[in-house]
Design a protein around this ligand. Structure first.
Ligand SMILES: Cc1cc2nc3c(=O)[nH]c(=O)nc-3n(C[C@H](O)[C@H](O)[C@H](O)COP(=O)(O)O)c2cc1C
Length: 288
């Protein structure tokens, strides 16, 4: 089944308030099937997912420090990682796939990388020795059904909270901002990266388009002094995985097949006063 990724990526927002019912049997079954079969990522790194109910885990305090209200069910993703490797990018990619699938069933989610009782979730899923739980997400029916007007207002407000193209997308090098017309048929895939979720909404993705080779180089812009750096793993690598998933899924929906191949093109990286860009991966079109 191919999803209308453009629709569901646009529709997704973080929900922090949920109806108090557990997940319905049908929703749980669909999610479990999806988790078993469809969470692969370009790195072929296995991500272990668990759907856990609060009521089955009363021994452990599954909490979110008051950030999330009402949620009964949580998606927990764990991975073997040293905290600074490709596993985190793979993790972002696979986890976001589940988030968008949940969205397609009308379920709300909210990525949580900081505000949850990590140790207790670890006990609930019997975390293995070399695994970490970078994030969890509540998953359920969002509390208030928003009216269409509210939804439209939120979408507008959100796009206002995203960085403009000229700060994140470039043509051939970091000196030349990419204009929408220059992105041509790929513009919508980039639009769907622009509205992706990211830790603290930092939007650390930077992309250079090379039209001669029809490829897109993905970089991570890390910020000096960002509090998220203190979590013990590089949370912004997860953001890049999310961006990669949005880009690839939407490109495919627009009719473009491509492949990922990490080979640093050695494009000159300017000096930034607030952080630095590091190369992550390249998507090259292989067919349309
Ligand atoms: C990796 C990651 C970690 C996040 N961690 C938290 C968190 O700990 N607490 C929280 O309330 N939101 C968290 N968020 C949600 C972001 O704040 C949110 O995605 C961003 O502000 C954009 O808003 P939107 O998701 O409604 O588009 C996280 C998002 C990502 C991608």
């Amino acid at each position: 089944m191919k999803l209308d990724y453009i629709h569901f990526i646009k529709e997704r927002i973080s929900h922090r308030s949920y109806a108090a019912d557990p997940l319905s049997k049908e929703h749980r079954k669909s999610l479990e099937l999806f988790l078993q079969e469809q969470t692969e990522n370009p790195y072929n790194i296995p991500i272990r997912f668990n759907l856990i109910e609060k009521k089955d885990n009363q021994l452990f305090k599954l909490g979110t420090y008051g950030v999330i209200r009402g949620a009964q069910t949580f998606l927990v993703g764990s991975v073997i990682s040293d905290g600074d490797d490709d596993a985190l990018i793979a993790y972002g990619y696979s986890f976001e796939k589940v988030v968008i699938f949940a969205q397609s069933m009308g379920l709300g989610t909210c990525w949580l990388g900081g505000t949850f009782t990590r140790g207790n979730f670890a006990k609930a899923i019997h975390l293995d020795e070399f695994e970490i739980i970078p994030c969890v997400s509540p998953i359920g029916i969002p509390h208030e059904k928003r009216t269409l007007l509210e939804k439209a207002m939120r979408t507008a407000a959100r796009s206002a909270k995203r960085k403009p193209w000229k700060e994140i997308f470039y043509l051939n090098n970091f000196d030349t901002p990419l204009m929408k017309e220059q992105a041509g048929d790929f513009a919508e895939a980039l639009d769907m990266v622009q509205i992706a979720p990211s830790a603290s909404n930092k939007q650390p993705w930077r992309i250079i388009y090379n039209p001669d080779k029809t490829c897109f180089h993905f970089y991570l812009h890390t910020l000096n002094g960002y509090a998220g750096n203190k979590l013990g793993f590089k949370i912004q690598k997860i953001d890049i995985g999310i961006a990669m998933f949005h880009f690839e899924a939407v490109a495919a929906q627009l009719g473009f097949q491509g492949e990922w191949h990490a080979a640093d093109p050695k494009i000159f990286i300017p000096h930034y006063h607030d952080g630095e860009n590091s190369y992550i991966n390249t998507w090259t079109v292989t067919g349309s």
